[in-house]
Design a protein around this ligand. Structure first.
Ligand SMILES: [Zn+2]
Length: 281
């Protein structure tokens, strides 16, 4: 599933390719993904110019002229491919949208599981739109800080791990990066959210920023190669410290693997959590 760093990487990959370009055609190959595509979709996109690209949570917001935003959410399995000018466009199974631009570039949206979403929203209304209105602060933005996180956790009786996945608390952290950040901050994922305070909150905010920034950096380094690969943006190899490392020795911890059996895996709200019970109190 694409997490925030992948979505950011897709956005950054698209930016230099389509910024300022005009949409000349849309080949819409089915009626819907998780939700229906907009009515008269091609008519509404044709002739529109790309004025901006932004990310909010795991949504890519493509600002068009005439005050509308084309919103893309990659869902569970969405992928975006760039076909450079002059190269043949060969469509594959699950290619649902094909956007052509006046600079000769083609963008393809592929999504085998179809949990993704592509829709239009007015620029003046996107922040109050039902998909965005409830969203908490961006983890890499200026309005994410220790006091703000503390305030959002203080009434939470859920575990800190579950709280970090709550989009009203902070957006886009996701299961993998929640595990990684809690390990880095030395916080037990089972601890009640409201009991995480003071210096631990400071460490947690820093850890969340660090793990996401590092992943985005790793994604960025894949961007320059996209033409040599298969044109697909946004999926890259990660090296995780605890995630999917059940039984492994923790790399930065002095726990004795013979006594602890290494990194532990538990299930919280149906999702796997990986942690070190010795380091994470
Ligand atoms: Zn350990």
């Amino acid at each position: 599933m694409p997490e925030l760093p992948e979505v950011e990487t897709v956005m950054r990959g698209l930016e230099p390719v389509i910024m300022g370009a005009e949409i000349t055609a849309l080949d819409q190959r089915r009626k819907n993904l998780r939700i229906p595509f907009p009515d008269k979709f091609e008519k509404r996109l044709k002739g529109r110019k790309i004025l901006s690209l932004r990310r909010r949570a795991k949504y890519i917001l493509i600002g068009l002229d005439k005050g509308e935003i084309l919103v893309i959410h990659l869902g569970m399995s969405g992928r975006v491919s760039i076909i450079p000018k002059g190269e043949d466009v060969e469509l594959e199974k699950h290619d649902h949208l094909v956007l052509s631009f006046d600079n000769g570039v083609t963008i393809i949206y592929n999504d085998p599981r179809r949990f993704g979403m592509v829709f239009l929203v007015a620029e003046s209304e996107w922040e109050s739109h039902k998909n965005f209105a409830h969203l908490g602060p961006e983890p890499l933005g200026n309005d994410f800080s220790a006091p703000i996180l503390q305030a959002r956790l203080k009434d939470k009786n859920t575990s800190i791990k579950q709280a970090l996945l709550d989009q009203r608390v902070v957006v886009g952290v996701g299961n993998i990066y929640a595990c990684e950040a809690l390990f880095m901050a030395g916080i037990n994922p089972l601890k009640k959210a409201r009991l995480v305070k003071g210096a631990k909150i400071e460490l947690l905010v820093k850890a969340i920023r660090d793990v996401l920034t590092r992943a985005i950096k790793a994604g960025g380094s894949t961007l320059k190669d996209y033409r040599h690969a298969d044109g697909q943006l946004g999926y890259f190899q990660h090296n995780f410290t605890v995630y999917n490392q059940e039984g492994a020795k923790c790399p930065t911890c002095d726990c004795d693997i013979n006594k602890t059996n290494g990194i532990k895996r538990i299930i919280q709200s149906g999702r796997s959590t990986f942690y070190c019970p010795k380091k994470q109190k």
